[in-house]
Design a protein around this ligand. Structure first.
Ligand code: ADP
Ligand code: MG
Length: 720
């Protein structure tokens, strides 16, 4: 590999001549010509170069990757003697005579040229292009694109004078159409592309030759050439797929390499086989694990036995039973005399986890603790002290777990719930909080917001993945309806009948983005209104983010115990809250929530043996909102909803939301290109298998290209 600043490793090639522009992002393995500024092109001065900068065109190399957004099909050619009425064609002809004609209409002047091609004569007509009358000379060879009007005249749409700048670039074949500016016209761009054509053949090709041969992929230079100047639509598609493949292949190779590097650089705590503690936990469960839960547990178990830290993503729909798996994983650490931590993104969820751990582990010799920034200072200090001294086996908490001053005696397992809500760096910190010997704990990242496989491969391509597909037995679909305002009274009546039957209900207040305080007030107001009105005589409670931890815990405790019948709340209940007797969730202004969020909220009901309902209020004003609510009514499965979400919103938004830190994909579209993605993944796996750090000389081009593509985007080389 060359170091930055080293000469370009091309025998005999001169170093770049121009030092005017800073070195660009282009791989150094490419010929230096690519780094020349646009001003080396004839007729391009500094002003034009500046204008081109608006299109991100700075050096010759940039032109190559300024792909057209479509092509005009100018492939049809004709002979004058055979032209048909109204047909658009390209005709090659010679000028016999030229004249400028005035018409009776003001502002309309015609240039007419008599042209012939050996099969006949016709009159070529241009509107308001007076200068052509002087420019065209008898004997000139022309390429004319236009349509024949059947009476011996041909309306010219586009023309080129062969030998005088014209070569068929604008009038024959599939003619590229580019995004332009006022000054940088499409013709100008085509002209420039025509000039840099020879450079395309010299482009470095990062895809290994073997892979290209196996998959029948064209060379990079050929593909780039074809993107601009395809011979056929099929030709274009192949080129595009080749470049999409490259984009995805580089991404996958980098993700896999990062995983390898992480694994190689860190030692984990090797845990033994399943012990007595875990066995008695499983025995005491009131249910049998589902097949999926069992499979995931054994996948995890295999990871834990290794000397490398586990890096696993556990996906499972809301209510799929991820908690049991989390507890299983943590107990494996505890029974080896180690510690485990469970980190949740919100106070409410962390508390819930703590309470359910307490319940699930009752009677087992496991010392639990809870840590959050809302604890009183003295209490907090005490917990931290015990965790550090090893007096605690499992600690549940919020991101307080990774704050300054928190240390573990010997942390072996970390479970991160709803992991996408944490930043990469937060997760890293937890991993670094290893116990003795600098060992990195095994990490299980859980998410209840399923991600389509294509996204998962891309976003979490550096993690192993486990999926719980099937829900525990006996689950019934949650009846979901949009309720029009006119039926609001009926809805309340229905809810009261369920409350009278002993069930419970959530009322979720509208999303108020401005501030949590405003939202908290909205919850209080709505609760007061309902208490006086529709739910007079019923026991109501409130829960929102602004309440002190003790009060939140009290409210949740009362609701879980059935003391509170209706819980008026915000999205703080979105994740994790588990009260099987709650069978209705009514969501106000549901059109303002995202699909994933609605699905999470709906997951609060249907957790017991009773038929459950999700009532969606609100009047969608946008097409997207309408589609979201319709999707909620029709689809119950989180994976199906995730795919719909991807379709409704597009992957750009989804990727951005997850703060992926990935580079923009220029050509690839993850939904559309799933098959190519699978091929790219396979290719990358084979590659990394044979050269884990891409250190071999034959992969130097690839490494270089990855650095170019990911150098800046990838700030955190290690995901934890
Ligand atoms: P999530 O994946 O959303 O975190 P939970 O772990 O909270 O789901 O599980 C949802 C509910 O299903 C809990 O009440 C849990 O006790 C129950 N559950 C989990 N696994 C099973 C199983 N194998 N059989 C029956 N019920 C189960
Ligand atoms: Mg959960």
């Amino acid at each position: 590999m060359t170091k930055p600043g080293c000469p370009v490793p091309f025998a005999g090639s001169a170093p770049p001549k121009s030092a005017k522009l800073p070195p660009t992002s282009k791989a150094r393995y490419n010929p230096p010509d690519l780094d020349e500024p646009l001003t080396v092109l004839p007729g391009v001065g500094p002003a034009t170069a500046r204008e081109a900068g608006k299109l991100d065109l700075r050096v010759l190399g940039d032109l190559l990757f300024h792909y057209p957004f479509r092509h005009q099909d100018f492939t049809r050619t004709g002979k004058i003697g055979e032209l048909k009425y109204g047909e658009e064609t390209t005709v090659a002809a010679r000028v016999e005579d030229v004249a400028l004609m005035r018409t009776r209409r003001r502002n309309l002047r015609l240039v007419k040229a008599i042209v012939h091609d050996g099969t006949g004569y016709m009159e070529a007509v241009w509107f308001n292009q007076d200068y052509l009358a002087d420019l065209l000379k008898p004997g000139d060879s022309l390429l004319l694109r236009g349509s024949y009007d059947g009476a011996g005249t041909f309306r010219v749409r586009e023309h080129e004078i062969l030998g005088r700048g014209g070569s068929g670039l604008h009038t024959t074949g599939f003619v590229p159409v580019y995004s332009t500016t006022e000054k940088i016209t499409v013709k100008r761009l085509r002209g420039w592309l025509g000039r840099v054509r020879p450079l395309m053949a010299l482009l470095a090709d990062p895809v290994p030759a073997r892979l290209k041969a196996d998959l029948g992929l064209p060379l990079k230079g050929d593909a780039v050439f074809t993107m601009h100047f395809p011979r056929s639509p099929a030709d274009f598609r192949l080129a595009e797929q080749r470049l999409i493949f490259e984009e995805l292949f580089l991404l996958q190779a980098e993700l896999l390499r990062r995983r390898r590097r992480f694994v190689a650089a860190h030692k984990g705590v090797q845990l033994g086989p399943v012990g007595e503690l875990t066995k008695s936990f499983l025995r005491a469960l009131p249910f049998k694990l589902t097949i999926d839960q069992k499979r995931v547990c054994s996948e995890i178990s295999a990871d834990l036995k290794r000397a490398q830290p586990m890096q696993r993503l556990l996906q499972g729909d809301v209510g799929a039973g991820k908690t049991v798996v989390a507890v299983y994983t943590m107990l494996r650490a505890v029974e080896s005399g180690r510690q485990a931590a469970l980190m949740a993104p919100t106070e409410v969820l962390a508390e819930q986890h703590f309470l359910s751990l307490k319940q699930m582990l009752a009677g087992l010799p496991v010392r639990l603790a809870f840590l959050s920034s809302r604890l009183k200072a003295a209490e907090r200090r005490q917990v931290i002290k015990e965790v550090r001294a090893g007096g605690v086996d499992i600690v549940a908490g919020t991101h307080a777990l990774i704050q300054e001053g928190v240390g573990f005696a010997s942390l072996a397992v970390v479970v991160v719930d709803e992991q996408h809500r944490f930043g990469v760096s937060q997760r890293q910190q937890l991993a670094i909080k290893a116990g003795g010997g600098g060992l990195v704990p095994h990490a299980l990242h859980m998410t209840a917001t399923p991600i389509p496989r294509s996204l998962a491969l891309t976003l979490y391509g550096d993690l192993e993945t486990s999926v719980i597909k099937t829900l525990p037995p006996g689950r019934r679909k949650v009846g979901t309806w949009q309720v029009p305002e006119a039926k609001r009274a009926d809805a309340y009546r229905f809810i009261r009948s369920q409350l009278d039957a002993g069930r419970q209900c959530y009322v979720v207040c509208p999303l108020i983005e401005e501030s949590e305080a405003v939202q908290a007030r909205a919850v209080e107001t709505e609760a007061t209104r309902l208490k006086r009105g529709e739910f007079a005589g019923y026991r109501l409670g409130v829960l929102h983010g602004q309440m002190p931890a003790v009060e939140k815990q009290r409210a949740m405790g009362l609701f879980a115990a059935g003391e509170i019948q209706v819980l008026v709340t915000t999205t703080v209940i979105e994740v994790g809250v588990d009260v099987p007797n709650a069978v209705i969730i009514m969501i106000e202004e549901a059109d303002r929530f995202g699909l994933a969020q609605l699905h999470q909220l709906r997951g609060r009901v249907g957790r017991g043996r009773y038929k459950s309902y999700c009532l969606l209020f609100g009047d969608p004003t946008t097409e997207q909102a309408r589609m979201r609510l319709a999707a909620m009514e029709s689809a119950a499965d989180g994976f199906a909803l995730a795919e719909l979400d991807l379709k409704i919103r597009g992957e750009g938004q989804l990727l951005g939301e997850r703060q992926s830190g990935l580079p923009d994909l220029k050509l690839a579209r993850l939904v559309r290109d799933q098959e190519i993605l699978a091929l790219a993944r396979k290719g990358a796996e084979a590659l990394i298998g044979s050269d884990p750090q891409l250190a071999r000389p034959e992969n130097a081009l690839l490494t270089e290209e990855i650095r170019r593509a990911f150098g800046r985007a990838v700030k955190n080389p290690e995901r934890v």
